[in-house]
Write a protein that binds this ligand. Structure first.
Ligand SMILES: Nc1ncnc2c1ncn2[C@@H]1O[C@H](COP(=O)(O)OP(=O)(O)OP(=O)(O)O)[C@@H](O)[C@H]1O
Length: 312
């Protein structure tokens, strides 16, 4: 388990992480979400003892990272800036790490096989594609067979096959009872991967919730209907007590109704429909609403937050 208590980091006058307290539990994938610059990487770096907190603590199974004997056997991490040696073969990179953590050499071949890099084990990572580099970083994280794994934006820049592979790997590791903590700035990606969500904005905790609750609370369901007789349809819907919003072009949105109810009502009144569909507002929209006030960089002339995926 990873435990944060009042974790705070200031860089000069800038507060990157602001009194964060939460726990990351075993047996599930916990998504760590927030806009660019929210403080996700800084938080992860403090968990790994790479940045020192201004105040507060980050503990791994009750200990600071520096107090762990052979830390790779407790926690493995894939950070954005990979720490691998480009001029040394993939195999030798992992072998160095294994030796400094008293991990048996046979484990190097095992993890290379696990991530599908056995065929290029003797090649140097400087010639690797982005996807192969990510796989090698994951092999390094898995080397000590740790119970806790932390991935910082692992799908950035990957092709769909690579994204699919990482997603399934994280789920499989969680199903083995491990603690998986993965950061992303994309709600849509996390919706497919995480069981639990921690959302931050400007270094502050905004939500700590199960994915199921987040979806339940934030996804609005409604019926969309389009008719060449919008006035008659609106009056019929109103008189049956439904809440209707007009979207232009004869399109109406009805909250809390089913397509059956709306279709049958239109039929009873002899109203022609050109569209009748059940809709669900995207989680990305809910996430953007939640973090809008906490987004660090806004677009110049729009109210919408700047939300460009990194590396795109
Ligand atoms: N070494 C540093 N010196 C000064 N400011 C820093 C440093 N590291 C991070 N920051 C600032 O702290 C804030 C949080 O950055 P951090 O990289 O942790 O955010 P993030 O949520 O991981 O964002 P991203 O998704 O862009 O990586 C940002 O404003 C960043 O500019």
């Amino acid at each position: 388990m990873i435990e944060l208590e009042g974790l705070t980091k200031r860089f000069g006058t800038k507060t990157a992480v602001d009194h964060l307290s939460f726990q990351v539990r075993p047996g599930q994938v916990t998504g760590f979400l927030g806009p660019n610059g929210a403080g996700k990487s800084t938080t992860m770096r403090m968990v790994l003892g790479l940045d020192h907190p201004t105040s507060g603590t980050a503990r791994i199974d009750g200990k600071h990272y520096g107090e762990l004997d052979e830390p790779l056997t407790y926690i493995g991490a894939l950070l954005e800036a990979g720490g691998l040696h480009g001029g040394r073969s993939a195999y030798n990179n992992l072998l160095c790490l294994a030796q400094s953590n008293r991990i048996p050499e046979r484990r190097v071949a095992e993890v290379l096989d696990l991530v599908g890099l056995s065929a290029v084990a003797r090649k140097k990572p400087k010639g690797f594609s982005m996807g192969m580099g990510q796989r090698l970083g994951i092999a390094a994280a898995l080397l000590g067979d740790p119970q806790i794994l932390m991935f910082d934006e692992p799908v950035n820049g990957l092709d769909p096959e690579g994204i699919h592979w990482i997603r399934n790997l994280m789920k499989a590791l969680a199903a083995e009872g491990r603690t998986i903590f993965v950061s992303s700035h994309l709600m849509s990606e996390m919706a497919l991967t995480a069981d639990h969500l921690i959302v931050i904005g400007r270094g502050k905790l905004l939500a700590d919730t199960s994915m199921a609750d987040f979806i339940h609370q934030n996804s609005r369901s409604y019926v969309r209907v389009r008719s060449p007789q919008p006035e008659q349809l609106r009056d019929a819907l109103h008189s049956s007590g439904m809440t209707v919003a007009e979207e232009g072009n004869g399109t109406l949105e009805i909250d809390g109704a089913t397509t059956e109810e709306v279709g049958e009502l239109a039929g009873r009144h002899g109203i022609v429909l050109h569209e009748l569909s059940a809709q669900r507002a995207s989680l990305e929209e809910a996430f953007m609403r939640m973090t809008a006030a906490a987004v660090e960089y806004h677009a110049h002339d729009a109210n919408a937050p700047q939300w460009a995926p990194k590396g795109v």
